[in-house]
Ligand binder design. Structure first.
Ligand code: F55
Length: 829
């Protein structure tokens, strides 16, 4: 922003205003100033939300000077940076994270004490921004944390949904979705910049004109537009004085919509049109695997990437920048296919708006984009029907067609007129004619990466083998990671303290140092302290669950946790069959209740609102829980707890308390998993299949410290090929038969056999994810878990080794891999 000449000569204008003194007194003064001047209330009459907001503003004030400096510096240096394009950022609460990053936790705590305020009460006020579905959105949040902490020039771009992922409630055990109105009490972490709004156009048609030289140009004559208004969020690095930016776009109707009032005289219609435009950033789509081909979703995607590209070109480049040099200046990382419409948009801007030759523009585009794939499920690969895309973005469809034509010509040159192969590789599929976004991303991207070793290998060999052959060296792997700031330091202060005591500080930004704990695993005193931390974490969780849900958690139980989105491939049903098997053993009298290892099973899972089977499974988990928990024959030794609305905030309490982490997807289906990493880093042992990042976790922690079961991916393939008949497994295993029969009998539905019949028959006659085939090995492995838990000291040792050996899964390491293998954007120190 330009300042007036008079203001510009003022000493304070030369540099950002310095942060307030980082003393308790300084903090108190700044806090009270914010409470009075920003909230307009006196301390004595303030509500908890006022105090929370004032505290958040105060933290912001300490970060502000660094933020302004870093923004100026990124523009001045013009170094190569990353634009991370993601439709989702599952941030979690900001207050503690920002206090930690700014080294203010202690000062703020003491300042609140000095004001007679309980800081914990203020923490509870914050509604987490749930702008994501699950792993993919949380990964984006971990990555921007690591980018800031590692001083990588970067900016995150996304959508400021007015409603994030729905709030889950249970009514009679069934999921009911409530809107997540996360903005209603105010949002202290964001900075709107209406002056930097971008106009985003949609619809209309294209026109071709030929000049005197016979050069043809295309112009897009759009039908309507909306304004994209950016909201900036601070992304502070941990203890490095850096503050990066996350820029989320909000859709606002432009004046053009108001004008219709005068033109048509139809006020109601004009308001409707305005509402239509603003719908674009209204709500996060809650599907986490099967994208719905909804027009609004494509509008969201184009809306945010078009705004982001224009923003980057307008505001991040120096005025005299030569666009030919873009590949030395920026890499756009595509977080799954959701932002892939950025590819034709970038071409449109270069060719139609900036007058670049097609070939030159395409060469630049192929260097400026890279694509991360997060799935292997065929139904999850996003496609857009050509008629829908052509209606909304006619020019982009033309560009996609041309990209495809030229690509297929190259394919013919290389492979000959192999029509089958051409059809298989075409960006356009037939019946119905659709654009395959993953193919477009693969053709355009400089690199394509999977998110765990096994996933990347399957991606190359099974999903995109023709592309791998056509583009040698394009495919690579970057195994996911998680931020140790949020998921160890903040979530598990007890463990963090113990680690620092043992190894000194430094591990938070150099997580491989956890290796140093291996020696401590052999120290009985350390093991005692470590076990005490786990126990204390269970107590904390117990308090949270009592307060939040009225649950009672027995801290002596083995705590067995499965938290993730509800999906058949993740196999919550397999976990449930284990529980029902244990229960059936007791009530049938074949197993003495007193001989059962006491366990509490915790589930956390949201189902996509339109995913009927997933919702039935949720219902069944709740139904089994209410029967098992109240049956006196169980003697309280099995408990099933399903707190509703699992989110980042609850994850931060559940994960540090867990003894056992359930990672039981069918081999070859879970791209990576990141919850698995969080659990291991917090000392839970994993029971898991040979899938996703489980493979790498097991390699690192060692077979003795990991409970492996189930088919391998090649075994899964082989069983499919030979013809999978789940009923055969049912017939062959009496334990399985009894468990399924008990569900089918209506034992968990007041005798009504119809309620869970669809779940039962799905297992017996379809079972796409081979729950029954892995049942017996799962049950056998769970018996080993029980036995192992019997030796508490040995369990604790294995638990310590899990922490010691999983430093690899820091998102800092992931980002280092992205820099080395894909981005080539060195940190700027
Ligand atoms: C969201 C929207 C659509 Cl349309 C499709 C998928 C999603 C989504 O949330 N996907 C997702 O979370 N995928 C997960 O990504 C993680 C991070 O890479 C992986 O660890 C995990 O295996 C994968 O399922």
């Amino acid at each position: 922003q330009e300042s007036t000449p008079a203001a510009a000569s003022h000493p304070l204008a030369l540099a950002p205003v310095a942060a307030p003194p980082a003393s308790v007194d300084g903090f108190v003064r700044e806090f009270l100033r914010n409470l009075n001047f920003e909230r307009g209330v006196a301390l004595s009459s303030s509500a908890p939300n006022d105090r929370y907001m004032a505290l958040a503003y105060t933290v912001r004030d300490y970060l502000m000077a660094r933020w302004l400096e870093d923004q100026a510096r990124q523009r001045e240096l013009q170094a190569k940076g990353v634009c991370y394009l993601s439709a989702e950022y599952l941030l979690g609460r900001q207050l503690d994270n920002n206090l930690l990053a700014a080294r203010l936790t202690e000062v703020a705590t003491e300042a609140m004490v000095a004001c007679g305020i309980d800081i914990d009460e203020l923490r509870q006020q914050e509604v987490e921004p749930g702008l994501g579905n699950g792993g993919l959105g949380r990964l984006a949040a971990c990555f921007i944390d690591s980018l800031a902490t590692m001083s990588v020039p970067s900016i995150g771009y996304g959508i400021r949904y007015e409603y994030g992922i729905f709030r889950q409630t249970f009514v009679d055990g069934q999921q009911v979705e409530q809107p997540d109105a996360w903005l209603t009490l105010g949002s202290p972490w964001e900075f709107p910049h209406p002056e930097a709004a971008q106009k985003i156009f949609f619809g209309g048609h294209t026109e071709k004109t030929t000049d005197e030289q016979g050069v043809e140009t295309t112009t897009w004559v759009p039908g309507w537009h909306v304004l994209a208004v950016p909201y900036n969020y601070m992304v502070p690095g941990y203890h490095n004085g850096r503050v990066n930016t996350l820029r989320l776009w909000r859709a606002v109707a432009s004046n053009a919509f108001d004008l219709r009032i005068f033109n048509s005289g139809d006020y109601e219609e004009a308001v409707r049109a305005q509402t239509f435009a603003e719908n674009i950033s209204k709500v996060l789509y809650p599907e986490d695997s099967t994208p719905q081909g909804k027009e609004l979703r494509l509008q969201q995607q184009y809306f945010f990437v078009a705004a982001s590209i224009a923003d980057f070109l307008d505001h991040q480049l120096s005025a005299d920048f030569d666009l030919e040099n873009l590949p030395e200046r920026v890499i756009f990382q595509l977080n799954d296919t959701h932002p892939v419409i950025a590819v034709p948009e970038f071409m449109r801007v270069l060719v139609d708006e900036r007058g670049m030759e097609w070939d030159a523009a395409w060469a630049i585009t192929q260097k400026c984009f890279a694509y991360t794939c997060h799935t292997l499920l065929p139904e999850a690969l996003e496609v857009w029907p050509v008629d829908l895309l052509g209606r909304l973005l006619p020019r982009h469809l033309e560009i996609i067609y041309r990209i495809n034509e030229e690509f297929l010509l190259e394919v013919r040159e290389r492979f000959g007129d192999d029509e089958l192969r051409i059809r298989n590789m075409s960006i356009i599929s037939e019946n119905p004619r659709s654009v395959r976004m993953a193919y477009l991303a693969t053709v355009a991207g400089a690199k394509v990466n999977g998110v765990a070793e096994l996933h990347s290998q399957l991606l190359r060999e099974k999903v995109l083998p023709d592309f791998d052959e056509f583009y040698p060296g394009k495919f690579t792997n970057v195994t996911n990671g998680v931020t140790p700031r949020r998921f160890v330091r903040l979530a598990n202060p007890g463990l963090a303290g113990l680690i620092t005591e043992a190894l000194g500080a430094g591990w938070t930004v150099d997580l491989e140092r956890l290796r140093g704990l291996e020696a401590f695993a052999e120290d009985p005193e350390f093991r005692v302290k470590f076990a005490e931390v786990k126990r204390a974490n269970k107590r904390i969780l117990s308090d949270v669950l009592r307060e939040r849900d009225g649950f009672v958690l027995n801290e002596d139980h083995l705590l067995d946790v499965m938290v993730k989105r509800l999906h058949e491939y993740k196999r919550q049903m397999l976990k449930l069959l284990h529980i029902v098997t244990e229960y059936e053993g007791i009530v049938s009298g074949r197993v003495e209740a007193s001989s059962v290892q006491p366990r509490t099973f915790i589930f956390g899972a949201k189902a996509a609102p339109g995913y009927a089977m997933a919702k039935r499974i949720i219902h069944l988990i709740n139904a089994v829980g209410s029967v098992v928990n109240d049956d006196p024959r169980v003697e309280g030794r099995l408990k099933v707890l399903f707190p509703p609305n699992y989110n980042v905030t609850l994850a931060e309490r559940v994960i540090p308390a867990a003894d056992l982490s359930e990672q039981i997807s069918l081999a070859g289906k879970e791209a990576s998993g990141t919850g698995n990493m969080k659990f291991a880093l917090n000392g839970a042992l994993t029971i898991g299949t040979d899938d996703g990042a489980n493979v790498e976790i097991r390699e690192l922690v060692g077979d003795d410290n990991f409970f492996l079961f189930g088919m391998t991916e090649p075994e899964v393939e082989a069983l499919w090929a030979k013809g999978y008949k789940p009923a055969e497994f049912y017939q062959a295993d009496s334990g399985l038969r009894r468990a399924i029969d008990l569900i089918a009998s209506g034992a968990f539905s007041d005798g009504d056999r119809s309620v869970f019949e669809p779940v039962v028959s799905n297992l017996l006659y379809d079972d796409r994810f081979m729950v029954l085939a892995d049942y017996s090995s799962y049950i056998a492995e769970q018996a080993k878990v029980d036995a192992a838990y019997g030796d508490q000291d040995a369990w604790t040792r294995a638990s310590i080794l899990n922490v010691a050996r999983t430093g690899f899964f820091s998102s800092d390491r992931s980002i280092r891999d992205y820099i080395d293998r894909i981005w080539h954007t060195p940190p700027i120190l």
